[in-house]
Design a protein around this ligand. Structure first.
Ligand code: ZN
Length: 467
C-alpha cells in the first residue's frame, strides 16, 4: 500500500475496534422488522427505533444528523448547501425476521472465533456502523472534502425500499453513491426484474380441490401439496411426487411434490416441487379441460428456468442469461394463482416479457399483479468504478474485477450507484455461523475492520474525481 494516507487510516480503524463492536451491538439490540405503521413510524416501531439508535451513535461520533419522517435518516460530514454536489453511502437499519434455528438470542451480539453473530451484523447494521466511522475519519482527518459525504440510513430496505424512493422524490441525489449491502468487490450492474401471477379462471366443477406450495415469490419451492377429487389408482406415478389418501375425504388423493429449493436469482440446480405436481396431473389426465389448459400454462412456465418454453429467453453478453422461476401457488375461491420471478438482461424489457407471457396464457390464464424494474449497468471504465475496484484490490492484495448480478440492491434507486461489499462470498462460514437472512447470521470482524479501511480510502479518492 503506497498511499500516504494509509498509516492514519489503518491506525484509526485499529483504535476504534472496540467502539465499533460496541456500537454494532447497540444497533443489533434494537429489533427492527417492519411492523404496523404509527405516526412518525411509517414502517412500524422497530425500524423507527433502530433509526433513532443509529442517528444517536452518529451524533456521538460528532456528525451532523437528520431524521426524515422516520423513513430515512442520515449523518454527514458537515452542512450540505442547496445545489452542492455530494457523495453518499447507503445502508439500512431494518432487518428480516429472526426466524428459527438460533443457538442464542438473535439480538444480543456474540463474538465467537472472530465472528460477530446476531441478526443484522452482516445485513446491514454492521456495514451501517462502518459508514458512520468512515465519516468520523473524514471529518476528523481534516482532509479536503470538495464533496461533503452523507451516510444514508434506510429503514425499509428489506420490504420494498420505499425509503429510497421517498428520498429520491424529496431530496437532490448524490453525484455518486455506494451501498455496502452486498458482496465485494464491486457490483456495477443488476439485472432487470419482472414478476407477477398467472391466475386461472374460476375452475367450476374441477378436480383440483386444493393447491399450495412455496414460501416466497422469489424462491424455488422444495415442497408443494395438491388435493384432487380422484382415486389414487387414476394418478400415474411421477418423479418427485408421492400419493396419499386424503384423511379428510376418502374420495380424494393428496399429491405431495418434492424438489430442491434455491433463490430466484440463481436457479441452477433447483427442482421445482410445483412443477412436479403439474406434470403428474397432466400425465394422469384426470383434470377437466379448463384445468388442463391452465396446468399447461404452468408447465410452460416451469419447463426451464431460462424462459425458453415461454419464448422469453435472452442473453446480452453482459449479464448472465435471463432466468425465471415459479415461486408460490395458492388456490382460493376456485382460482389458482402461481407467482413467478424473472431476472432479465438488457436486451429485453417488461413490455416484451408481458406480451410473451400473455401469448402463452391465451384464455387459459390471466397475467396479474405485474411488477418490474429496469436493469442498470455502469461501465467498468467509469472513474468511480475504477476507483473502488483499485482501492479494494490494493487494500486486500487481491486481483478482482467488478461483477454483475441478478439480485437487486439500493444501487438502482440512484442515478449513479453501485454496491460495494462488505461480504466475502469466498470466505467459508464456520459451522456456528449462518448467512444473511439465516439463523446465526455472522460477519467476520477482521473483514469488517478491513472494509472500514477500504471505505475510508475509497471515499478520499472519490473526493479527487470530477463529478
Ligand atoms: Zn441488506
Amino acid at each position: 500500500m503506497t498511499d500516504a494516507r494509509w498509516a492514519s487510516i489503518d491506525a484509526f480503524a485499529e483504535q476504534n475496534r472496540d467502539n465499533i463492536l460496541r456500537d454494532i451491538t447497540r444497533l443489533v439490540a434494537v429489533p427492527s422488522v417492519e411492523g404496523t405503521p404509527e405516526p412518525g413510524k411509517p414502517y412500524g416501531p422497530g425500524p423507527a427505533a433502530a433509526l433513532d439508535c443509529a442517528l444517536a451513535i452518529a451524533a456521538e461520533l460528532g456528525l451532523d444528523t437528520h431524521n426524515d419522517a422516520g423513513r430515512i435518516g442520515w449523518a454527514q460530514t458537515g452542512p450540505i448547501a442547496d445545489g452542492q454536489k455530494y457523495l453518499a453511502t447507503i445502508t439500512h437499519v431494518d432487518v428480516v425476521p429472526a426466524g428459527n434455528g438460533w443457538s442464542a438470542d438473535p439480538f444480543t451480539v456474540r463474538l465467537q472465533d472472530g465472528w460477530l453473530l446476531g441478526r443484522g451484523v452482516a445485513d446491514d447494521k454492521g456495514p451501517g456502523i462502518l459508514c458512520l466511522y468512515a465519516l468520523k475519519y473524514l471529518k476528523e482527518s481534516g482532509a479536503p472534502l470538495p464533496y461533503p459525504v452523507r451516510a444514508l440510513l434506510g429503514a425499509n430496505e428489506e420490504t420494498g425500499m420505499a425509503d429510497a424512493d421517498y428520498y429520491a422524490q424529496n431530496h437532490p441525489q448524490p453525484v455518486f453513491c455506494f451501498t455496502p449491502d452486498a458482496e465485494f468487490p464491486v457490483c456495477n450492474g443488476e439485472k432487470g426484474g419482472f414478476g407477477g401471477e398467472l391466475v386461472s379462471p374460476v375452475l367450476e366443477g374441477g378436480v383440483i380441490v386444493k393447491f399450495e406450495g412455496g414460501v416466497a415469490h422469489n424462491a424455488v419451492p422444495d415442497r408443494a401439496v395438491c388435493v384432487v377429487r380422484a382415486p389414487q389408482s387414476s394418478l400415474r406415478p411421477a418423479d418427485g411426487v408421492t400419493l396419499e389418501p386424503d384423511p379428510e375425504d376418502p374420495r380424494n388423493t393428496v399429491l405431495c411434490g418434492w424438489g430442491k429449493s434455491g433463490h430466484a436469482a440463481m436457479p441452477a440446480g433447483t427442482v421445482n416441487a410445483i412443477a412436479r405436481i403439474v406434470d403428474c396431473l397432466l400425465q394422469s389426465g384426470v383434470c377437466t379441460p379448463a384445468e388442463d389448459a391452465y396446468l399447461r400454462v404452468l408447465a410452460t412456465l416451469h419447463a426451464d428456468t431460462a424462459g425458453k418454453a415461454l419464448g422469453i429467453a435472452a442473453d446480452d453478453g453482459v449479464f448472465d442469461p435471463l432466468t425465471i422461476i415459479g415461486g408460490t401457488v395458492t388456490m382460493q375461491g376456485g382460482r389458482i394463482r402461481q407467482s413467478f420471478d424473472c431476472r432479465y438482461p438488457t436486451n429485453t424489457d417488461a413490455e416484451a416479457l408481458t406480451a410473451a407471457m400473455r401469448a402463452v396464457c391465451g384464455t387459459a390464464a390471466a397475467l396479474e399483479n405485474v411488477e418490474s424494474r429496469v436493469p442498470f449497468y455502469i461501465g467498468t471504465d467509469h472513474p468511480a468504478i475504477q476507483t473502488l475496484i483499485r482501492t479494494y484490490n490494493e487494500v486486500t492484495g487481491e486481483h478482482k474485477a467488478p461483477f454483475v448480478m441478478g439480485g437487486g440492491t439500493y444501487a438502482r434507486h440512484f442515478p449513479l450507484a453501485v454496491s460495494f461489499g462488505p461480504e466475502h462470498t469466498d470466505l467459508p462460514l464456520p459451522a456456528f455461523a449462518g448467512p444473511m437472512h439465516g439463523a446465526n447470521e455472522g460477519a467476520n470482524f477482521e473483514k469488517l475492520i478491513e472494509a472500514l479501511k477500504i471505505y475510508i480510502l475509497a471515499l478520499l479518492r472519490l473526493e479527487e474525481l470530477a463529478f
